[in-house]
Design a binder for this molecule. Structure first.
Ligand SMILES: NC(=O)c1ccc[n+]([C@@H]2O[C@H](COP(=O)([O-])OP(=O)(O)OC[C@H]3O[C@@H](n4cnc5c(N)ncnc54)[C@H](OP(=O)(O)O)[C@@H]3O)[C@@H](O)[C@H]2O)c1
Length: 305
């Protein structure tokens, strides 16, 4: 499937979605479009003030939007557990889990669970969140779990010997590893949904290409200035960059295991369609090892086979 005409997608009033990192960038745009389709969206944000401001902004554009801001810090396992507990206490179905929140190239930081920050927020937090919500998702008809990857997965690998970059930290290397982990996870999740005969749900991945959002906040100022002319040429707006996620979330002919991204220059911009995943994203042995390691580190087991 390629291209996405949001106008052709019918309203889906009965659906509930969670979007992580819904207050900014692509998460905000994704929430806005889902709200336009009358989907109730739980805006899972780490800063409630920012979440409420984003909600107000969306309500200005979509006055009837059904939005709820809930707190989650994906870099802290306890916060993810708290979020899931509160969500499950209030809801009996979940059609869309959009694992969108992310951080890129911060200075080295170890989280209180002992993870490198990018692996924690981008990958482990979403792994645990998905595991805690898997029962409600798989009970809900036509449900999807969307994982956000990146072009940065292309040159990355999973360094099982030093996954938390304790011996050596490369900001970009760790970002790439976290985004590769999200893509491997998405494909492994689909295999496990099938193996466990969960026909209601599919796992789909997406990447936005390149878009000038707050994700670049940790880049050195000089690099940002030097890169600006190039970025102006190749990036697209957050609104367009959210389209692969929206295609994965709402598209008609989407299959489990699909990976969507923009179709323009080096998949950095353009209309959404099927994207190219590098071979390491398909490696089933790596996927199995990553899954088992993630279960151990986040203290959860789900969809075993
Ligand atoms: N922009 C791009 O060019 C690009 C390219 C490839 C992939 N992506 C991926 O797209 C996704 C969205 O990125 P974006 O460009 O929209 O970035 P963004 O504008 O920086 O938004 C990121 C969102 O994630 C939230 N977040 C960060 N750390 C979190 C944590 N520990 N717990 C909960 N929420 C957290 C942020 O909250 P705060 O506002 O509180 O910080 C914000 O809402 C990310 O997964 C990113 O890796 C983006």
């Amino acid at each position: 499937m390629s291209n996405l005409n949001l106008d052709e997608i019918p309203n889906q009033k009965e659906k509930t979605a969670i979007v992580t990192g819904a207050n900014a960038g692509l998460g905000f745009e994704t929430t806005l479009e889902l709200a336009k389709k009358e989907i109730k969206v739980i805006m899972a944000c780490r800063n409630l003030n920012k979440g409420e401001s984003a909600k107000d902004e969306i309500l200005k554009q979509v006055p009837k939007a059904q939005l709820e801001v809930m707190e989650i810090d994906l870099s802290e396992l306890d916060s993810v557990r708290e979020f899931a507990k509160s969500f499950l206490a209030k809801h009996s179905s979940l059609n869309l889990l959009v694992n969108n929140a992310g951080v890129m190239m911060p200075p080295y930081q170890k989280t209180k669970d002992g993870f490198e920050l990018q692996m924690a927020a981008n990958y482990f937090g979403h792994f645990l969140l998905t595991g805690l919500l898997i029962d409600i998702i798989t009970k809900t008809k036509n449900s999807r779990i969307i994982s956000l990857s990146s072009i940065a997965h292309r040159n990355a690998s999973i360094n099982f010997k030093d996954m938390q970059s304790e011996q050596k930290y490369s900001k970009f290397g760790a970002y790439g590893q976290s985004k590769l982990a999200c893509l491997i996870f998405s494909k492994e999740l689909q295999r496990r949904l099938e193996a466990n005969k969960k026909p209601n749900s599919i796992s789909v991945a997406a990447h936005p290409g390149a878009s000038n959002t707050e994700l670049a906040r940790h880049l050195p100022k000089l690099a940002t200035i030097l890169l600006t002319p190039f970025l102006l040429l190749v990036t697209h707006s957050p609104r367009n960059a959210a389209k692969p996620t929206l295609l994965a979330s709402l598209g008609k002919d989407v299959d489990g295991g699909d990976y969507y991204g923009p179709q323009g220059f080096m998949e950095m911009n353009g209309n959404p369609g099927l994207a190219k995943a590098e071979s390491q994203a398909y490696d089933v042995l790596t996927a199995k090892k990553l899954w088992e390691e993630s279960e151990k580190l986040t203290d959860i087991e789900f969809l075993n086979y």
